[in-house]
Each structure stands twice: as C-alpha cells, then as structure tokens.
Write a protein that binds this ligand. Structure first.
Ligand code: ATP
Length: 275
C-alpha cells in the first residue's frame, strides 16, 4: 500500500564542509564514525559495536545534513525515514515498516556494493516516545519494540554494517530503552548557531549568489541571532527573490534587511539571548 513511501534512498552527496557552525557536533560525529570504520580492530578486541547515534537539538539546525554527511564520510548508502511514517492505526503495520526499513538498507548497500548502510530516522520521538503513554499505545509499543529488535540484531560480523542515526528535538520524550548501551548510546547535540556559526552558514548559502558591495555578512550574522541554519538558508533565498523582483543585478543590503523581516514574520523564531 503506502510502503513505497517508506523508506527513501538518496544518492545526494553532502559533506561536512556543507554544514556550517557545527564544529563541535562534526568533531564528535567524526570521532564516532572513525571508530566504526575500524571494524577489524573492533572485532579483534571484542568491542561492542556502536550502533546508534542520536542527534538532538532544535529544528532546522542541520541534523539531516549531518546525517547525510556522515553517510558520505563512511561511504555508506543513506536510507531515511521519518518517525511519523511508522505510525498507523492498524496493528503491526508500523513494526512491519521498521523491518522493511532495515531490510531495504541492507539490500541498497549490497546493490551499490557498499560495506555500510546508514539508516536515518528523523523525528524519532514520534515512534520512540515513552511506552504505554498514548491511547494507541499497543501499536506504538510494537513499532518501538521492532526498532529495538533490529538494533539489537546488528552484529559486527554482518556483511553490511548498519548504523542508525536518529534525530529529535524532544530527547526528553524518548523511551529510556532507546538510550541503553548498544542502542543510541552516543548523543550529539546540534544547537542553534552562535554569531560565528551564523556567519559560516551565511557564507555557505551566499557562495553562488551575486552580492552587492554594501552587503556585510558579519553584520548580517550579528542581526540574525536566534536564526537556525534553515532560517539563514531561507534568508539568503528570500533576499535573492527580492532582488529578482526588482530586476536588480546584485543582491543588496536592503534586500537582506527586508528578507530578515520576512523570515522573522514567516517562521516562529525562538529568539534566545545572543551568543
Ligand atoms: P528538522 O529538525 O526540522 O528536521 P534539521 O535539523 O534536520 O531540521 P536540516 O533539515 O538539516 O535541519 O536543515 C534544513 C536546511 O537548512 C538544510 O537543507 C540547509 O539548507 C539549511 N541548514 C540547516 N542547518 C545548516 C547548517 N548548519 N549549515 C548549513 N545549512 C544549514
């Protein structure tokens, strides 16, 4: 039925250089990934393999980008799904989809002759919320149990090495079973960018845009506190659209100023004190 929408496989290549203002998160992820890459040593020393990494933080800060970059870094196929796609009224369907997700990941790796598959589950809190708390809890429980079964089944001797990366902005909602050793035992915090981070992200998202001489990216970074990476991406895009409407050759400071207002009005910005 709706199986073909879950999971989705993607070949888009993203690298850590495409993620701005997240140096700490990138370093932590790299460290975990380097460890995973050394499969022989892990086997030789009998170390429990790292199976899951949880990315936590507000929306639009680059968690999905980081997961894609992680797949690229480990030369893994990238398979993604969102927690909400597993929630169904019919008993057993969610669990079946979880099984299918892992099966597809293994098959995709084999098809592309890769040793690794990275399964990305966005909004893990939707499927991995604390058990027994919702009205249709039986269905949630089955789905979450299946995820635990799949993760427990990952073995260092598997032909295709699976790594599960999940993202949430509600890590407090997660069922503690997910955070136990051997599951998501590594957590990486992906926060809103500070001023330097915003500057990096603005540089990334304006690198292919004609900027007028009066545009100062450091000044824009200063004026956009509380903005996430997604907000900054949309700011650069809005400014370019405004320039196009005026048939301007370049994007000017005033286009950016107007675009800031648009982004603030359009999105629910969480304007916390500036860093
Ligand atoms: P959500 O929690 O809403 O799923 P997310 O944290 O996964 O959000 P992304 O989907 O990775 O965020 O970000 C959305 C878009 O915003 C990206 O495709 C990118 O264009 C831009 N973006 C977000 N964060 C960054 C960043 N740190 N560096 C560069 N671009 C970013």
């Amino acid at each position: 039925r709706t199986f073909n929408k879950v999971p989705s496989e993607s070949q888009v290549q993203v690298s850590f250089c495409d993620v701005g203002g997240q140096a700490t998160a990138i370093a932590e992820l790299r460290e975990a990934l380097d460890f995973i890459k050394d499969r022989q040593e892990i086997r030789r020393l009998g170390i429990r393999p790292l199976k899951g990494i949880l990315l936590t933080g507000p929306p639009g800060t680059g968690k999905t980008l980081l997961a894609r970059a992680a797949a690229n870094y480990t030369d893994a196929v990238f398979i993604s799904a969102s927690g909400s796609e597993f929630i169904e009224m019919y008993a057993g369907v969610g669990a079946q989809r979880v099984r299918k997700l892992f099966k597809t990941a293994r098959e995709a790796a084999q098809k592309h002759k890769k040793n690794y598959a990275l399964v990305f589950i966005d909004e893990i809190d939707v499927l991995g919320g604390k058990r027994g708390r919702t009205s249709s809890h039986l269905e949630y429980d089955q789905t979450l149990n299946q995820l635990l079964v799949e993760m427990d089944g990952i073995d260092v001797d598997d032909e295709v090495q699976l790594l599960v990366v999940a993202a949430t902005n509600r890590s407090d909602m997660l069922d503690p079973a997910l955070l136990r050793p051997g599951r998501f035992d590594r957590q990486v915090r992906v926060d809103l960018p500070d001023k330097e981070g915003r500057l990096e992200i603005l540089r990334l998202h304006t690198r292919n845009k004609p900027l007028a001489g009066d545009v100062s990216l450091p000044e824009l970074a200063q004026d956009t506190f509380g903005f996430s990476g997604a907000h900054l991406e949309s700011l650069a895009n809005e400014a370019a659209i405004l320039a196009m409407r005026e048939a301007a050759k370049e994007i000017t400071r005033s286009h950016f100023q107007e675009a800031i207002d648009k982004v603030i009005m359009g999105g629910k910005l969480d304007r916390r004190p500036s860093v």
